[in-house]
Design a binder for this molecule. Sequence first.
Ligand code: DHB
Ligand code: FE
Length: 282
Amino acid sequence: MDTTHPSPTAAGSGASATQAFLARQEGGAGEVSRERVATVVQAVLDGVHEAIRTHEVTYREFTAAKQWLIEVGESGEWPLLLDVFVEHEVEEVAARKQHGTKGSILGPYYLPGAPKLPSVTTLPMREDEPGTRFVFAGQVRDTTGRPVPGAELDIWHADHAGYYSGFAPHIPEGNLRGVVVADGQGRFEISTVQPAPYQIPTDGPTGKLIEAAGWHPWRPAHLHLIVRAPGCRPITTQLYFAGGDWLDSDVAQATKPELVLDPQPVSDGCVRAEYDFVLEPA
Ligand code: DHB
Ligand code: FE
């Protein structure tokens, strides 16, 4: 693992993650009843009050927390912070009612509108893209086992050093992102490079908190995918790599045993993994 490469600054990735979130227009749940707001917000406040009482939080600590929350907002790190510490729980609750392939968190680095690519394809990458060549292949089926022709695999992942295009200034726009359209049998074969583990930017308030608490800032290496097809519920998920670092201690708690690939060496320094997706009716 390459830990010597400098992190993209939190200022860069944080602010871009906020922009990406706002551009996706996720800003609002629509009508929410008064009862629901009161119930959920009261429960959150009860938890905070309980922590203050149990741990006898002081005025100094309360003031430091206020200062830190101001910095989270000013640096645009709310998407990073919430996706790393909170989204996994929202996803778990959503998953209670879902069938087919397990989901995982979206995370802060999805960018819609990536180019459509054929079913056998290579993701857009630099001419000299570093990293282990990696072929990822499989089939999209429905819950009755029938192939889903023309399913879309919207895929994005970090590069060999853990950086995402669109959020790290040294990576070209659109690198390692694409919407792969499966063939008439729902099959796909995507050539790319193996991503590295991802480190939460250490220079922003989220990183400062992680350091102050003595936690580690790592997510295991992963692919992000949204798999969608007409008439089916789209699946937002991530796939991990067997034996990889941080698989058992993901800072974002977003791993699931069903979502682990086990790539095997094929030709000349290239690895290959297969994974089939199952979509349920919408
Ligand atoms: C974060 C980054 C990711 O790449 C991811 O998949 C989930 C969360 C984050 O920085 O919050
Ligand atoms: Fe990620």
